[in-house]
Ligand binder design. Sequence first.
Ligand code: ACM
Length: 649
Amino acid sequence: MKKLFLIISCCFFAANSYAQTLVNETEIGDAETAISTASIAIIPVPVSLMKKAGTFTLPENISIQASKSEDLKQSVAFLSERIERATGRFVSSVTSANHPTIKLILNTQNDVLLGLEGYKLNVNPTQIVITANKPAGIFWGVQSLIQLFPVEIESKEVVANVKWKLPCVDVVDYPKLGWRGLMFDVARHFFTKDEVKQFIDNMVRYKFNLLHFHLTDDEGWRIEIKGLPKLTEVGAWSVQKTGTFGDFTPPTADEPRTYGGFYTQEDIKELVQYAQERFVNIMPEIDVPGHSLAAIASYPDLSCTPDAANYKVRSGEKIMDWSRGAPPTALVDNTLCPANEKVYVFLDSVITQVAKLFPFEYIHMGGDEAPHNFWEKNDQVKALMLREGLKTIPQVQAYFEKRLEQIVISKGKKFMGWDEILEGGVSPTASVMSWRGLKYGIEASKEKHNVVMSPTDFAYLDYMQADVITEPRVYASLRLNKTYQFNPIPAGADPKYIIGAQANLWTEQIFTFRQVQYMLWPRAFAISESIWSPIEKKNWTSFIDRTEQHFKRLDLAEVKYSPAIYDPIIAVKRSSDKQLMIELTPEIDGLDIYYSFDNSTPDRFYPKYTAALIPPKDASMLRVITYKGKQPVGRLISMPIADLQKRSK
Ligand code: ACM
């Protein structure tokens, strides 16, 4: 049965691309259908898109008709608002319109192919129709429709003199995975409720449907818990520092602790509703037993370490020594005490309230990077080990996680944790978020745990996406092309248990919401396409073409993104006679790199890079810039030769 489906779908895809080629050919010189297939730039790429002859021109008076207006009111409102904002035209949603401009239709008979979130989108010269089984499918169809409009549709104000024409197409589309997430760390730096809403606005454009909300960490506790007021009176506030997080000087006692913030329970309800109206679930994460310094600074009894009474919420000073790898050696004990019953009472209170606030079926309870060194020497933990027959510290954590899962289940929720929960013996019902590579997810899926893939190798959007000379320093790099190679259902995994995938945005080095956007885009385009689109439809060249068109959209939407694809990848090596050699490699095709060693700013009349460079003997600076034809596109990068010498060692 599966094989037959495969053969049919192969024929379908082949026929599809043949049809697209034909249409392209007939379009040449056709003024009326001046929109070429090349300008159709939907991200994530749909399962099938057939370009038809002709265009649709948006009328002055637009009406949107929805088959079940109550179920589709969010999609109608969303689309109306987007059209009115940029075109200045009035959109009515008169259900009885004789000839509506745009029809949103819920299927009366289930279309198995489309599932819960798929849609069909037909743009014809006189009408646009989106059909789906469920309101979510209509909403994702609306996102694709918006991407068929001219880029000016993204403008925040009315744009004059635009020909509001769309190409005629037939699209059939549905996601590969039902959990398409972005994790937002609001603990390391606090981001306001309004910024979280903007984050959601941006994610739905690319059909992400899950916001993983990292609400607690060493640097802040961000959610009001009734009956535990210190979590937000104390735990939400640190000392403001600027520079490279992790290297900050430890705060002094007299520095004001006024940096941070938290969401009240009313704020959380508002965010959950805002997300739901956009078909996004919010999964809360309460990260324990490690990463818990903000909770411990609020309630020192939660720690096994007496010195915890003096602990403060972290302000970016060094608290872990990673020089010997994972788990880290903690310089302060940021773990909850697994041997203290008060900890479980505390967690019960927190989880009870979190479970009520977030309707999503899962609660993520962290579990990552809990250091061993304080537990190893603690008498309470030693007594627990003796009592429970636990031989190792991972087994102590496993004991903690199992008790935690029981609390989560008792509140009617499912338990998820980072892949460290697999160590020391995991409960069979726990779900796993695989972050230290794909391998933990592969193994967990084979053992029938539900798995969400978010490996550092492909999906860590806090990593630098360009050379460290242009970026806030983070300990690793992840370029767009690597992100695009993300395959969330890798060979060896049991696909039945891979319930989803996501990218993670940790915010240690992210101080502002503009930088949040810069780190997300365009890499989250690549993640969205990797999670939504069939692997056979992925194509780097097409993806880059579409990405460049979406840069124009983000410009108009005033969303920041990284132009790193236009900067060369800089590598150094030594020649056989030990001279420094500098290699400059463009990440995408079609770029020319120009350079100088004389401290002046290069342009396209300077030497063009063709082979590895050996700096002249007394040169102190290499400057490079990238052009596309006559247009500068890359950033001017200035690299001290002394830095490059250091890199080559
Ligand atoms: C993690 O990145 N520590 C889950």
